[in-house]
Design a protein around this ligand. Structure first.
Ligand SMILES: *[C@@H]1O[C@H](CO)[C@@H](O)[C@H](O)[C@H]1NC(C)=O
Ligand SMILES: *[C@@H]1O[C@H](CO)[C@@H](O)[C@H](O)[C@H]1NC(C)=O
Ligand SMILES: *[C@@H]1O[C@H](CO)[C@@H](O)[C@H](O)[C@H]1NC(C)=O
Length: 222
């Protein structure tokens, strides 16, 4: 009886996939409560939310101003002169809020906060949309980022081939370690959330294949 209980326990542990992750690691898996790791791009497809800023990060990182400052520390800025190419996207993070529009969109600034994002609009680069998991059913405070690498404006801001995986990996490389902006210094660690999304193109915007992984970043202000 004990043995079979242990076997059942072992089996359930073996099945403990990403849906087991919870607030202990700073976010809830959106699919555990009716949400998705893909946002809604408005055309029947979605972009992967392939980076999560853990809710266990310093609280000041998780505010709107805080994520903008952190983004600037890793080479992003707010959009150039409010030029918005494309409608806002929405996401259901399984927190009881249903679909909610992105709170903000940030673009790579090419080393010149302010002017740089204008350059990004012209020549392409990395950008990301931010969604906050703060509904009462999964109130982790984590930020889910849909990161991608785009073609230039002459290509109508489409995503480059493999642009979701590449954009994610470029952002993570820029973020991990010590960074600073406006006298705020960040220490950032990463962990791969393997296979939280199905690998491949199913449901993915622009028919671009993804590897199915997301990266969890924990950002501490020193
Ligand atoms: C998102 O914003 C657009 C444009 O402002 C609006 O039409 C749409 O209803 C919003 N969607 C959600 C889910 O709030
Ligand atoms: C949850 O996050 C959204 C989007 O940033 C924000 O508009 C809203 O005020 C937040 N809700 C609470 C209860 O903090
Ligand atoms: C998606 O791309 C694959 C090749 O990678 C192609 O076979 C398929 O037809 C494309 N699907 C759509 C809907 O464009």
């Amino acid at each position: 009886m004990l043995a079979s209980a242990l076997i059942i326990l072992a089996a359930s542990l073996a099945n403990a996939g990403p849906s087991q992750v919870n607030a202990d690691v700073g976010f809830f898996d959106p699919t555990a409560n009716g949400g998705s790791w893909l946002d809604n791009a408005g055309d029947g497809f979605g972009e992967p939310m392939n980076v999560v800023i853990s809710g266990l990060s310093s609280p000041d990182v998780l505010t709107d101003d805080g994520i903008v400052n952190f983004a600037q520390a890793i080479g992003f800025s707010i959009e150039c002169l409010d030029i918005h190419l494309g409608a806002p996207q929405s996401a259901n993070l399984g927190d009881g809020n249903g679909f909610v529009n992105q709170t903000i969109e940030l673009r790579e600034d090419f080393g010149s906060a302010g002017i740089g994002t204008c350059l990004e609009s012209l020549v392409g680069g990395d950008h990301f949309r931010v969604f906050r998991q703060n509904g009462s059913q999964a109130n982790s405070g984590a930020l889910f980022l849909a990161v991608s690498k785009e073609e230039d404006i002459f290509e109508s801001h489409t995503i480059v081939p493999n642009g979701y995986n590449i954009g994610r990996d470029e952002l993570v490389s820029a973020a991990v370690g010590t960074t600073s902006f406006n006298d705020v210094t960040y220490s950032t660690t990463s962990e791969t959330l393997t296979g939280v999304m199905p690998a491949g193109t199913a449901g993915v915007n622009h028919n671009i294949s993804i590897d199915g992984n997301a990266i969890l970043l924990t950002v501490q202000i020193d």
